[in-house]
Design a protein around this ligand. Sequence first.
Ligand SMILES: Cc1cc2nc3c(=O)[nH]c(=O)nc-3n(C[C@H](O)[C@H](O)[C@H](O)COP(=O)(O)OP(=O)(O)OC[C@H]3O[C@@H](n4cnc5c(N)ncnc54)[C@H](O)[C@@H]3O)c2cc1C
Length: 456
Amino acid sequence: MRYDVIIIGAGPGGIFTAYELIQQKKELKIAVFEAGHALEKRHCPIDGEKIKSCVRCASCSIMSGFGGAGAFSDGKYNITNDFGGTLYEYVGKKQAIELMKYVDEINMKYGGEGTKLYTTAGSGFKKLCLQNKLNLLDASVRHLGTDINYVVLENLYALLKDQIDFYFDTPVKTVEALEEGYRVVCEREAYECGKCVVSVGRSGSKWMEKVCGEMDIKTKSNRVDIGVRVEIPAVIFSHLTDELYESKIVYRTEKFEDRVRTFCMNPHGIVVNENTNGIVTVNGHSYESADKQTDNTNFALLVAKHFSEPFKDSNGYGESIAKLSNMLGGGVIVQRFGDLVRGRRSNAKRIEEGLVEPTLAATPGDLSLVLPKRILDGIIEMIYALDKIAPGTANDDTLLYGVEVKFYNMEVEIDEHLETKHKGLYIIGDGSGVTHSLSHASASGVYVARDIAGKA
Ligand SMILES: Cc1cc2nc3c(=O)[nH]c(=O)nc-3n(C[C@H](O)[C@H](O)[C@H](O)COP(=O)(O)OP(=O)(O)OC[C@H]3O[C@@H](n4cnc5c(N)ncnc54)[C@H](O)[C@@H]3O)c2cc1C
């Protein structure tokens, strides 16, 4: 079977490549190969009652399947060059923003209409943050919410499925360069194509590394972000979240001058497990509809760890720390802030008596046995700094879940077309190491589709 274009991975990067290709060149014969399930078959077995923690499914429905890692995410599309990836380094700042705005328009057209676009522009919080040694980054954020995000994906799939061949539960094993085009090898069959777009996200990071090795594509990896997810009563942050929804705040620690940042803020949200290659870490999301909202807000506090020579395996470092928490807690560990600063582990009784009702059933424990001192000190310093702009953040009952690890895919060598040294082989989205967000990954898909359509 030969296609004009094969897309590997049906996350936001792959979906927006497919969408834009059929807008630009309807006649192209296109296939999408996806390791995970179709959208309606994606179910995480954790129900909070019978199954309380990750059972390590062969294909993790949180990370894989139509919609990619973004399917059950909070659906926060940040329109900014300040974070979420470095797509602008390849396509220019202006075009990067235009592409993200275009993605937003499509999301609005396919079910997102009526959702709120928040912006930091003109907000008084910038000053308040600076007065307390905190830097509030500039962005506009469209919050679809987990429920509307799902509707948008359903609608996009309904549009794409009649014009594109989708192969679900079909992980691609290898990609081989032919004299003209590529052979994409799956377990049972192989398919050929003129152009191949690889968009395998974080869950495909190990596979991507293997393919780059086989095809002699240069890569580099030197960063991992490690930290905790903070859960507090929503009212403590409501003055910020009501106006900005998500505030990306950066703090420079006094002790080590490390940068600690807030990440993925979910007002009235829930804390969830995340399974990356069998390692259970923590994440969070929230729903748009009021009946699914909780009384808590959660966000991550992350410290970026950059390594220099000779160490190259930054993800391996993050994995080892996450494995340690899995070893001690059987999964994610939860600790009250008061217990952490007093140097004692949390137990079920103290958590139950606390003011914050946990939204994730995690094992009460001691994060100081897991996180390196430097990282933990940075997190504690930032919690006290945040307490100045949102009093109550440093309360004893504030819950910290660990560990949260943000793995960065190694950066793949691609040019300004997001094309590898093999002509017609593109690597986009989080799998390329260039993007780390829904908006940037989607924008990279649109960009590549236009490039392909222009050449086809
Ligand atoms: C719980 C959670 C919440 C998040 N919330 C947000 C948020 O609110 N805002 C935000 O900007 N970002 C968020 N993110 C990150 C965001 O989801 C990712 O940045 C985005 O999905 C990246 O898109 P992508 O298409 O590059 O990769 P992915 O979405 O990871 O998609 C890649 C797809 O490729 C498939 N695949 C992998 N290997 C193969 C293979 N060998 N063959 C075939 N298919 C393969 C995978 O199964 C997957 O479906 C969240 C992530 C998680 C896990």
